[in-house]
Each structure stands twice: as C-alpha cells, then as structure tokens.
Design a binder for this molecule. Structure first.
Ligand SMILES: [Zn+2]
Length: 289
C-alpha cells in the first residue's frame, strides 16, 4: 500500500500537533497519568512496550509558555476557549486497549455513535442519578448537530472520545481520509468543550496501522472493549442487562450505543444494569491520561 505517511519523529509530530492545537487540554491535567491496561482475555498480548504504559510521560516537554499569552490576551477565558497547553503525544500502538488494569473492582461503560437527542439525554440522566462517569465515543457528524449534548457530557465529567466523523470502515480509507475523519471530529469536540478527545475508537472496531499512527498524531489512544452488548441488534433490554452482568469484572469495558438506530432498549437496560453493578460492588470509572 502506498505510504504517504512516512515515519515522523516524535518531536516533529509534537510540533505539528502543537501548531494544529489538537493535542491540548484545558487545565487540570498537569500530571499526565496513563492508566495501566492490558488486552482482553483470549486476545493478543497487551500493547507493546513498557514505554507504552508510560504513555505521555515519555514525550518531550510541551512548549506551553510560548502559547500561553495569546490565550489570555484578547478575551477572558470561557469554557470554549482554545486549550493552551500541548500534551505529549501517545506512542503509536499496534492494537487498541481492550480492558483496564489497576482500577480495582471498577468497570468502564462506553456509548458509541452519538450524541443523539432521542437517547443520549436519558443515558446522561441515568448516569447522573447514580453519580457515574462514562465514555461517549461520538461521531463528528452527530456531534456537530448536538453541541449542547457534548457540553452536557463534559459538564458531568464524562469522557468524550472520537469515533470518526461519518462512521466509515477505516481500513477502506486512504490515510488522508482517515485523518479528515478523526481530525474534524476532534475539532468539533474541542470547539464545543475546550479540549480535544484523548481517546478514539474505530467504527466496527476495525483498526489499521494508519489509524493507529494518525490517532497518535492527534494525541489519542485507541480504546476498544471487553464486553459487547450487541444492543444495536435490539435483542431486548433484558438480554442487554444479562450480557453486561454476565460479563462484569474488574477492568471490563462495556460497549453499547446511544445512537445509530432505535436505542430505547439500551436506555432501558442501563437503568437496570447500572444499579445492579453498583449493588454488586463494582465501581464505574473512566480511563485517565
Ligand atoms: Zn460505532
């Protein structure tokens, strides 16, 4: 395959990313910490390299001081002001994270394809009722139409991940298209909430080498899942609940959807399995970097 993305040195990438303003986050994350992960049972081994586990800390220091003044010069900071501090870029992975380690008896709930005003607000309300945070892998074309829901997610402390712009099958795309799909989605999110996504998930879980390289260039780590509820098949909310509870375990990442079809079963199921997980002693957490 034609390689239009030759290897770029980490420093070059960092400079590029800093120039694009996509690898920054608004405050609060001074001490980068990448949670420890491993692969899901029965799959390939954990992402390579202890250096991978070290994640952002392995990168060169960010050139924050030079960028700071302009952010404050002309207008007061608002929730939507450009973030001011470039982050060190993550390494290029060879496979996505499939579960978390080092989080004790905690699990991660993820919702893909939204935001959708028909279902996402109900999911947010349930999470709020139980004081839990989740990861929303949003599609740019949905996010652009529902920026208020992005802000609601951010206000509630949820993690907003990048799920491409139009949900294509990534391995069929040229690298330039992959970059467009991921980059434009990150841009919409950053403009809405002041920070670009730090995580991305390929549609259909179909990753390729270019997606890992481009995701890393954009400052994102690839996050997959351990338990697939298959809620998009609309198997009934009871079945979704059972799949989550049967698959529950420390570090498990659950995949479900808040858009892309009729997701009323997913909404109903969450109202049942979330309190059940909590009653079983599970915590609900989000990946941190
Ligand atoms: Zn999807």
């Amino acid at each position: 395959m034609k390689n239009d993305q030759p290897l770029i040195g980490r420093r070059s990438v960092l400079r590029l990313a800093a120039a694009l303003g996509v690898t920054v986050t608004a405050g609060a994350l001074a001490a980068d910490r990448l949670g420890a992960f491993d692969g899901a049972p029965g799959t390939a081994p954990a992402p390579p390299a202890p250096s991978g586990a070290a994640g952002p800390a392995a990168g060169p220091p960010a050139s924050a001081p030079r960028l700071r003044p302009s952010a404050y010069r002309l207008q007061p900071m608002t929730a939507y002001a450009p973030a001011t501090r470039p982050r060190a870029l993550p390494p290029v992975r060879q496979r996505p994270f499939l579960s978390l380690t080092g989080v004790g008896r905690s699990m991660v709930l993820t919702f893909d394809d939204g935001p959708d005003p028909r279902y996402t607000p109900d999911i947010l309300a349930t999470l709020r009722r139980h004081d839990c945070r989740a990861v929303f892998f949003v599609c740019g074309e949905m996010a652009a139409e529902n920026r208020d829901l992005l802000r609601e997610m951010a206000d509630d402390g949820h993690v907003i991940g990048n799920h491409s712009w139009s949900h294509p099958l990534v391995p069929r795309l040229r690298p330039s298209r992959i970059r467009d799909e991921l980059g434009s989605t990150s841009e919409v999110v950053e403009r809405a909430v002041g920070a670009a996504p730090l995580w991305y998930r390929a549609p259909y879980g179909a990753w390729n080498r270019h997606s890992f390289e481009i995701g890393a260039e954009l400052g994102m780590e690839p996050l997959a899942w351990s338990v697939d509820t298959l809620d998009w098949k609309e198997p009934g909310s009871g079945t979704i609940v059972r799949r989550v509870l049967d698959g529950a375990g420390p570090g498990v990442i659950v995949l479900s959807h808040d858009a892309g079809g009729d997701r009323s079963q997913s909404v109903t199921a969450l109202r049942r399995y979330l309190p059940a997980l909590l009653a079983e002693g599970y915590g609900i957490t989000v990946p941190r970097r």
